[in-house]
Write a protein that binds this ligand. Structure first.
Ligand code: NI
Length: 175
């Protein structure tokens, strides 16, 4: 498996919309494995293709304790077909593309979704709480949306400035 570098804001690819894959062929299946590897290396529980610079509708998610691939979800063309209209769930979200920044985000508590698995088979999944939260965060990425977009403009501006400053400071030390 190949580890791919993670794109950080304000990289424009994070603001672009990813396109559906025509099918889960060998290349896409391998890409899913590479994404999973990159997600584990970054200690993330979810990753979207935009974050490694690819505008394809592919996400990986693993909220298990094991984090060894056995319980990972590798999903192409994920689509939410139902959102809980009443109950919400709030979680302190972070993102590999927005390093070291966290904020409470409230989303529908339960969703039902369809996707293509790594063998190209169509699957349906109902998710709640953290899994639901994580999947919604990743599908947002595919539409060019970041968790900071769910915050007030003031909070978003503060986070964006902090990340850009941290990136500049890091570069100052690379000789
Ligand atoms: Ni993210």
């Amino acid at each position: 498996m190949t580890q791919m570098p993670i794109r950080i804001i304000p990289d424009p690819v994070l603001r672009q919309k990813a396109q559906a894959v025509a099918s889960v062929d060998k290349r896409v299946a391998k890409f899913m494995d590479d994404m999973l590897e990159s997600m584990y290396r970054g200690n993330g529980i979810g990753l979207a293709a935009n974050q490694v610079g690819a505008l394809e509708r592919v996400i990986t998610v693993d909220i298990s304790e094991e984090r060894n691939g056995t319980k990972a979800l590798l999903m192409a063309n994920p689509e939410i077909i139902w959102r809980d209209p009443e109950a919400t769930f709030t979680y302190r979200e972070g993102c590999l593309s927005i390093p070291q920044q966290f904020a409470d985000v409230t989303r529908p508590q339960r969703i039902r979704m369809t996707y293509l698995d790594q063998s190209g088979k169509k699957q349906e999944l109902e998710a709640e709480d953290l899994l639901s939260q994580c999947i919604q965060h990743e599908i947002d990425h595919l539409d060019g949306v970041l968790f900071i977009d769910h915050l007030s403009k003031l909070k978003r501006d503060i986070i964006e400035r902090k990340v850009e400053k941290a990136q500049r400071d890091d570069q100052d030390h690379i000789l």
